[in-house]
Ligand binder design. Structure first.
Ligand SMILES: [Zn+2]
Length: 478
C-alpha cells in the first residue's frame, strides 16, 4: 500500500485503530514514514518540521525531545526522530521550538468578535441585557460574516486550528449561511453549531428543520466545516421549550451531528444531565457547556453515558463562579476548555488554562488558610496535565478524534509550532512552558490540513478590507 493510499484513507471516516492497522500493514509502523517510501512529491506538497520538542498528545508516542513531523498534502505521515523525507520537501527548522497539535475550541460565539471587549466589566445579567437581548437583535447577515471571519483569523493566530462556532447570531437563515461561508473562507477547521437567535424565548423560534437542512447542505459541500445543533438550556425552560429542546436533540441524532447546550449556571432542582437522561437523550453526542453547579451525581451521569463537558474559566469567574474542571476530571470525565465570548474574555485558550489552574490553587490556599494551616502540595491538575483540555478532549466531544487532536500518522496535519526561544519561554521545561506563559505572539507556525495559515509569526491573510468592514459594522451596531 502506498503512502498516497494511506493518505486517501485518512480522509475517510475510519477509526484511528483502523488507520494504524492499515499503516502497520503498509510497513509504516504507525509512527514514521520509512526512508524508501514512494511519494509523488510533484503531486503533493511535502513539509517536514525538523528538530522540535514534540508534544504529540498521542498516548503511544508521548513527548519526543528532538523529533520531526512530516506532512504530505493534508496529512501527517511521519512523527519521530530523524525522519527521511522525499526530495523537494520544504524544511522548517524547529530547533528550540515546541511542536504540538493545533488547539481545539469547542465553544465560541464567533460573531461576537465584532464587539470584542464590550462586556469586560459586565455581570451575567448586564451582558444578557446588552448583548443577547440588545446588540444581537440588530445584526445583519453581513455583520455575522465579518464578525465570524475576524474571529476565525484571531483563533488561527492564537494556534487554534479547530473551532466550534456556537452560532446565536442567527436572526434569519441568511445569517446562518453567512456564518458558514465566513468559516469556510477563513481556512480554519470548524463545526457550525446552529443555535437559536440569542434573544429567542419562544418554542417555535428559528432555526426550523428546513433551516438546519439548508445549513447541512452547505456544510456537506465545505470539506473543512461540519454541522452541529445548538439547543437551549432545559433547566429553566417552559414545557413547550423543553419539548423543542428534545426535538432539537433528536434531529441532531438523526443527522448524525453533535448537540451542544449551556447548563448548570444557576441553582435549580434538576440539572440538564438528569433531564436529558430521563427522556433517553443523554449520550456521547451531547456536550454540556459551563456546568458550574452540576452535582456529583450529574457528573457521574455524564461519565456513565459518555457525554461531554466544556468550561470557559475566564467567563466562569467573571459571570458565574469557579469552573468545575477538576471535579469533572475526578469523576472520570475528559473535559474541554473553551473561550466562549471575546466580548468579555480573551480568545486565547492558553490564558483560559492558566486562569483555571490559578483559580483552583487560590481556592485550595484559601481553604488551607481558613483551616489555620498551609498547603504541603498544590492540588491537581498541574500545568502539563491540562493540554488535553484543548486537544484530545474537545476532539472527542466533536467526534473527530480520528481526524485531529494529536500528532499521529494518518491524522490531518493540524500542527502548531511555538517559538520557545522567545524570552518568556526560554529555559522553561517545554511540557510546562505552553501553559506557563505561551501567548499568540509565540505561535510561529500554524498548519490546518497541511495548509500554512501562519508563517514564521505572520498570519497568512489580507486583513485590510476585513478590518474596515468589521469596524463599520461595529460602529453601526452601536
Ligand atoms: Zn456560550
Amino acid at each position: 500500500m502506498s503512502v498516497d493510499n494511506i493518505r486517501r484513507l485518512a480522509q475517510l471516516p475510519v477509526t484511528r485503530k483502523q488507520l494504524l492497522s492499515l499503516a502497520a500493514v503498509a510497513g509504516l509502523g504507525g509512527a514514521a514514514l520509512p526512508a524508501s517510501a514512494p511519494v509523488n512529491a510533484a503531486a503533493e506538497r511535502s513539509t517536514v518540521i525538523r528538530g522540535g520538542y514534540l508534544i504529540t498528545m498521542d498516548s503511544s508516542l508521548g513527548s519526543i525531545a528532538r523529533g520531526d513531523v512530516l506532512i504530505i498534502g493534508s496529512t501527517i505521515v511521519g512523527v519521530g526522530p530523524n525522519l527521511s523525507v522525499p526530495s523537494g520537501t520544504e524544511v522548517i527548522d524547529a530547533s528550540g521550538m515546541i511542536v504540538m497539535p493545533g488547539l481545539i475550541d469547542n465553544h465560541r460565539h464567533m460573531w461576537e468578535s465584532l464587539i470584542r471587549g464590550r462586556s469586560v466589566n459586565s455581570t451575567f445579567g448586564q451582558y444578557f441585557t446588552d448583548v443577547p437581548f440588545g446588540v444581537s437583535t440588530r445584526l445583519t447577515a453581513d455583520d455575522v460574516y465579518y464578525g465570524t471571519l475576524l474571529g476565525a483569523y484571531e483563533a488561527i493566530d492564537s494556534g487554534i486550528t479547530t473551532v466550534l462556532d456556537w452560532a446565536h447570531g442567527t436572526n434569519t437563515r441568511a445569517h446562518a449561511l453567512a456564518g458558514i461561508r465566513a468559516l469556510t473562507d477563513s481556512g480554519i477547521r470548524a463545526v457550525y453549531a446552529y443555535g437559536p437567535p440569542a434573544s429567542a424565548t419562544a418554542a417555535d423560534s428559528p432555526p426550523s428543520t428546513d433551516d438546519i437542512l439548508a445549513a447541512k447542505a452547505l456544510t456537506d459541500n465545505a470539506p473543512m466545516v461540519g454541522l452541529a445543533i445548538g439547543t437551549r438550556n432545559p433547566e429553566t425552560a417552559t414545557a413547550q421549550v423543553w419539548q423543542r429542546i428534545q426535538q432539537d436533540i433528536r434531529l441532531a441524532q438523526q443527522l448524525g451531528v453533535p448537540v451542544t447546550l449551556h447548563a448548570g449556571l444557576q441553582p435549580v432542582a434538576t440539572y440538564a444531565p438528569r433531564m436529558l437522561d430521563s427522556v433517553g437523550l443523554l449520550n456521547g453526542n451531547v456536550t454540556f457547556i459551563h456546568g458550574n453547579l452540576f452535582t456529583s451525581a450529574d457528573l457521574a451521569l455524564i461519565k456513565s453515558r459518555g457525554a461531554h463537558l466544556t468550561a470557559s474559566p475566564l467567563v466562569e469567574m467573571q459571570m458565574v463562579g469557579p469552573d468545575i474542571l477538576p471535579a469533572s476530571v475526578a469523576a472520570g470525565i475528559r473535559p474541554a476548555v473553551s473561550a466562549d465570548i471575546v466580548a468579555a474574555s480573551t480568545g486565547d485558550l492558553l490564558d483560559n488554562l492558566r486562569a483555571s489552574i490559578a483559580s483552583h490553587r487560590m481556592l485550595a490556599q484559601q481553604a488551607a488558610l481558613k483551616a489555620g494551616t498551609t498547603l504541603s502540595t498544590l492540588p491537581p491538575p498541574g500545568l502539563r496535565d491540562v493540554l488535553s483540555y484543548v486537544t484530545t478532549n474537545p476532539a472527542a466531544a466533536l467526534g473527530i478524534t480520528w481526524q485531529v487532536g494529536s500528532l499521529s500518522p494518518g491524522k490531518q496535519a493540524d500542527v502548531i509550532v511555538i517559538d520557545s526561544t522567545d524570552l518568556n519561554l526560554f529555559l522553561t521545561d517545554p511540557r510546562d512552558a505552553v501553559v506557563h506563559a505561551a501567548h499568540p505572539g509565540n505561535i510561529s507556525w500554524v498548519f490546518v490540513a497541511g495548509e500554512v495559515r501562519k508563517r514564521a509569526g505572520e498570519l497568512v491573510a489580507d486583513l485590510t478590507t476585513l478590518r474596515a468592514n468589521a469596524k463599520a459594522a461595529r460602529d453601526r451596531l452601536g
